[in-house]
Ligand binder design. Structure first.
Ligand code: DX5
Ligand code: ZN
Length: 221
């Protein structure tokens, strides 16, 4: 499976979100990354559930890649209108009944991903690989854009890739955080096939959004 791109909307021009979404939607990008934070699991608040729901109304080509950094994420599924085609990543560290949450996501026709923060070891996934559709490896500490790569990220990507390959399941390995121009290729080499692009690449401001997407796709394909 070739590598896919998921630009992170919280890094877009917050005063012109619809035009950035429409630009990305026309640029051949597979997903749009929508970060939701509750201010408790992470000390920040970003896009709210209503906005994440409304994004659906303007998408033609892209699908939603929803990253919920919140305790009891199932509380927000209705208000986000979770449904077919969505990726929903919930944090291993934030769920009381992880298996029920996974079942809830799947019952809505969406793909269930487990997100693990940098300090959470990859082997917590070993009993879950058969129940999920993908893994979101956080390569920064969740909560803020613009952070440096977390220590050991490349090794962790490779370790999760090995777990996925041994499971013989076709899971997506998504990486999120400091996916920069000069590190994105190495992330793919280590096994990532869905990359969340934020302030260190697509939204770095060095080029237009279209040019940045083209540059990123050239680097990861
Ligand atoms: C952080 C979010 C990321 C973030 C990525 O908690 O999950 O999606 O926006 O931004 P950069 O690429 O700047 O790390
Ligand atoms: Zn994210």
């Amino acid at each position: 499976m070739s590598s896919m791109l998921s630009p992170s909307l919280m890094c877009a021009d917050l005063l012109n979100l619809q035009s950035d979404i429409e630009t990305l939607d026309k640029s051949g990008v597979e997903y749009i990354h929508l970060d939701f934070m509750d201010g408790a699991f992470v000390p920040n608040i970003t896009l709210d559930a209503t906005l994440i729901k409304r994004v659906k109304d303007v998408l033609v080509n892209m699908k939603r890649d929803i990253h919920i950094m919140a305790f009891n994420p199932e509380k927000y599924f209705d208000s986000m209108d979770i449904g077919t085609g969505d990726i929903v990543s919930v944090h291993y560290e934030a769920c009381n009944n992880l298996l029920d949450v996974i079942d809830d996501i799947k019952s809505r026709g969406a793909s269930a991903f487990i997100a693990i923060s940098p300090d959470t070891p990859a082997d917590v996934l070993s009993s879950l690989v058969d129940k999920i559709d993908g893994v979101l490896v956080m390569t920064v500490y969740p909560g803020f854009a613009g952070q440096p790569l977390a220590q050991g990220s490349m090794e962790k990507i490779a370790e999760v890739r090995k777990m996925i390959d041994n499971s013989k399941k076709d899971l997506i390995l998504e990486v999120d955080g400091h996916v920069s121009w000069d590190l994105c290729k190495e992330m793919v080499m280590n096994g990532a096939n869905l990359l969340v692009a934020g302030t260190s690449s697509v939204f770095s401001g060095e080029n237009t959004l279209e040019e940045s997407v083209k540059r990123m796709k050239g680097l990861i394909s």
